[in-house]
Design a protein around this ligand. Structure first.
Ligand code: KG4
Ligand code: ZN
Length: 341
């Protein structure tokens, strides 16, 4: 470790992962500890907010300790503490925010509140050291579906968003309907490989006057209606075909909107982010479409697509070097808008 290395301790507790990471000089991940609550929430078919908060408070100190140990540092070596302060579940966010504030207060090191979606986008910097703004990012997770122009570090312009369900939410609901369990995205991804994506024609929604916006609730209803109508006819559904055809409809919409926005705004780099960015069909289709349109394509490894603290540490670093610190009155903001401070 050099004297002038910048080490950020980052904390993420916005949903159902208790996570801490040490990030050196913005893009070097020294540790990335994730304590997932998935097994716990599986029992209920989705995230139960109060259970999530309680689990975070139980795990947070242990996870941070491990992040420091694995990185081979102590709090003395840390230059700033980054923490997700929104959007997310308020009780879950509060655990991370209170913890980060306590560490900042005790160590007198700067506190940096990070927007969760800015974190997801920043995950792309980890394995693509050459990637720099400007680029277009498609952020697709359980709670968000946004098309964002990353104009510079910390400078974002939203050009498209979902009007109803997030892409990941649609994956989870359809998975539940065909009996795959929670979280549905990875299960649909896997099962689709055995199915025919052209078997059932599900709708692709277009929103009049908002060419870059998404809508997934109609698609979700179409899948549910299909399952019900098959049941009424006493016919077996082919789960793999339903999964593959649904996934194809989501991927088709995500890819066409993204490529259209990139071309319209004259952007030659596309980076996908968020849990759904781990989807193999989305990665393949986006990669192909980008190649055809001479656009550079970036995506993170699955571990950096779903919630983690390393991505929060990367985003916090760029705030740190611009001295954009938060006060000790930092609060959790469950519906925080991107680019807002
Ligand atoms: O980013 P994330 O971990 O949490 C949020 O910020 O929401 O995203 C979780 C979402 C879930 O809806 C999950 O089903 C979905 O990402 N997901 C996937 C895949 N892996 C996770 N969706 C499709 N294909 C995948 N391979
Ligand atoms: Zn997330």
């Amino acid at each position: 470790m050099f004297q002038n290395d910048i080490n950020i301790l980052a904390i993420e507790t916005s949903c159902d992962e208790t996570a801490a990471s040490v990030v050196r000089n913005g893009r070097e991940i020294r540790s990335n500890i994730i304590s997932s609550q998935i097994e716990l929430h599986k029992l209920y078919g989705g995230v139960v907010p109060e259970i999530a908060s309680r689990k975070h408070i139980e795990k947070i100190n242990q996870v941070i300790k491990e992040a420091l140990t694995v990185a081979g540092v102590t709090l003395d070596d840390i230059d700033a503490i980054g923490v997700t302060y929104g959007p997310g579940l308020v009780g879950a966010l509060l655990v991370g925010v209170a913890e980060a504030k306590a560490i900042s207060f005790a160590t007198k090191k700067p506190l940096i509140g990070v927007h969760h979606i800015e974190g997801h986008i920043s995950a792309n910097y980890i394995e693509n050291q050459e990637l720099e703004p400007p680029f277009l990012s498609l952020v697709v997770s359980g709670g968000h579906s946004h098309l964002v122009i990353v104009e510079d570090y910390g400078k974002y312009q939203i050009v498209g968003r979902t009007r109803d369900d997030a892409a990941g939410e649609a994956f989870d609901k359809v998975a539940r309907a065909i009996g795959l369990g929670y979280p549905g995205g990875p299960k649909i991804d896997k099962l689709s490989k055995e199915g025919n994506s052209q078997a059932i024609q599900f709708p692709r929604a277009h929103i009049e006057g908002s060419p870059y916006d998404f809508s997934f609730s109609g698609l979700k209803s179409a899948v549910l209606n299909y399952i019900n109508s098959m049941k009424m006819k006493n016919e077996e559904i082919n789960k793999a075909d339903v999964a593959a055809s649904f996934q194809e409809a989501v991927v088709d919409v995500l890819v066409t909107r993204t490529i259209m926005a990139a071309k319209d705004f004259g952007i030659s780099k596309v980076a996908i982010a968020g849990g759904v960015a781990a989807n193999s069909a989305l990665q393949n289709a986006m990669s192909k479409a980008c190649k055809e349109n001479i656009i550079e394509f970036y995506y993170p490894s699955p571990i950096y697509c779903t919630d983690n603290a390393a991505m929060i540490g990367v985003a916090a670093y760029y705030e740190y070097i611009n001295e954009k610190y938060s006060g000790l009155d930092l609060n959790a903001v469950p519906n925080l808008k991107i680019g807002e401070r």
